[in-house]
Design a protein around this ligand. Structure first.
Ligand SMILES: Cc1ncc(COP(=O)(O)O)c(C=O)c1O
Length: 362
């Protein structure tokens, strides 16, 4: 059942955060750690924020099982700034970068890269409306500046199950499935993830970069757009989103306490429950290739357009919100990030079943 104080919010981002994190964050707004002042007002160059930065960076490394070859950065500008900064930093004007086009966000990343150098789209599933992942390329040219992938396609509901190893530097957008499962993070030369799904509130973006990669910066850039400057200034080149980083730290502690293996098992159970109901229920169907289905964003269809609206309304009347598909895709989308519990999904499934029974009675 829904806790009395809230609805169940399946938004794709900003997403639902664990209740324990919200409680601690809200206390810190009034009085941060007994300092007598709000977390919203602590200096970003001072001992309290230094401690937040250091602990959060250490936790990211620990959870990703990374050694000191990597730098952890908190940045701003969301996924879109990373779409631009990656080629700005690592794609010289005569170089070629490889991209795998697995969805709308990868396509956006490609468009950004074209401003700075050449792009070789090694594989795409655009012709299949991104209802499946593109085939992994048989051959990856070894002179690519890097290869960019998106591990989870938030809008389309597909997810790359295994991270391949490559001979060229692998760069990944992990925005919508970071910390949701065990991943070989050390396959990446750089990865980034917006906070607003599995990490914390919107405002911060996590970037993890291999030190060796920083030697490959391809052009002179204004400091704010140069990864090396952010490393040199320890993520406080400019005033960072202090609150967003603090709440991200609270979520990282929560992830560590649960353990990624347990989180992964729960995410699989949540997704299986919902996919099973979509298959069973005559009103719903999924167009996504089974082996590519995402555990994070479950995208599905209804028998007709009218049923989307009817179900969205019925769900809202029953305390479930933000399940409409992305405006570019339509249908329904239920996002099952780490902050969504198994009982939230059980409740949704019960509401889907009641909806079917009610329609049948008409
Ligand atoms: C996988 C992925 N990459 C990038 C973005 C873009 O993030 P932002 O809106 O912060 O630019 C999103 C947004 O949902 C996303 O899901």
């Amino acid at each position: 059942m829904i806790p009395s104080y809230r609805v169940i919010n399946f938004n794709a981002g900003p997403a639902t955060l664990p209740p324990e994190v919200l409680k601690e964050a809200s206390d810190a707004i009034i009085d941060y750690a007994g300092t007598g002042t709000s977390i919203l007002s602590i200096p970003h160059r001072g001992k309290h924020f230094d401690a937040i930065l250091e602990e959060s960076k250490a936790l990211v490394k620990e959870l990703c099982e990374l050694d000191d070859d990597y730098e952890v950065l908190w940045m701003q500008g969301g996924g879109r700034l990373q779409f631009a900064m990656v080629p700005m930093n690592f794609l010289g004007k005569d170089d070629t970068a490889g991209y795998i086009d697995s969805g709308r966000w990868s396509a956006d990343a490609i468009k950004n890269a074209l401003h700075y150098g050449k792009v070789n789209v090694l594989s795409s599933s655009k012709d299949e409306n991104y209802t499946q992942l593109p085939e992994w390329p048989k051959k990856i040219p070894n002179d690519l500046a890097y290869l960019h992938i998106t591990t989870n396609n938030t809008i389309h509901g597909t997810q790359l199950k295994k991270i391949p190893s490559t001979d060229v530097p692998l760069i990944a957008d992990l925005s919508s499935d970071i910390f949701s499962r065990q991943i070989k993070y050390n396959r990446f030369s750089l990865f980034y993830a917006v906070a607003q799904k599995n990490i914390g509130p919107a405002g911060a973006t996590l970037v993890v970069v291999k030190k060796k990669m920083l030697k490959r910066v391809a052009r002179t850039l204004p400091p704010i757009l140069d990864y090396r400057q952010h490393v040199d200034k320890n993520s406080v080149l400019n005033t960072p989103p202090v609150f967003s980083i603090y709440v991200s730290l609270l979520t990282l502690r929560w992830i560590k306490a649960k353990g990624i293996a347990a989180i992964e098992a729960e995410n699989e159970r949540k997704a299986a429950l919902l996919y099973d109901e979509i298959k069973r229920n005559a009103l719903f169907s999924s167009a996504i290739k089974k082996s590519d289905r995402s555990t994070m964003n479950v995208c599905f269809e209804t028998v007709n357009e009218e049923t989307v609206l009817l179900f969205v309304k019925y769900a809202e009347e029953n305390g479930i919100i933000n399940i409409k598909g992305h405006r570019k895709r339509g249908g329904l989308r239920v996002s099952l990030y780490n902050g969504i519990s198994l009982s939230d999904v059980q409740y949704l499934v019960a509401v889907m079943q009641q909806f079917e029974q009610n329609l049948n009675k008409r």
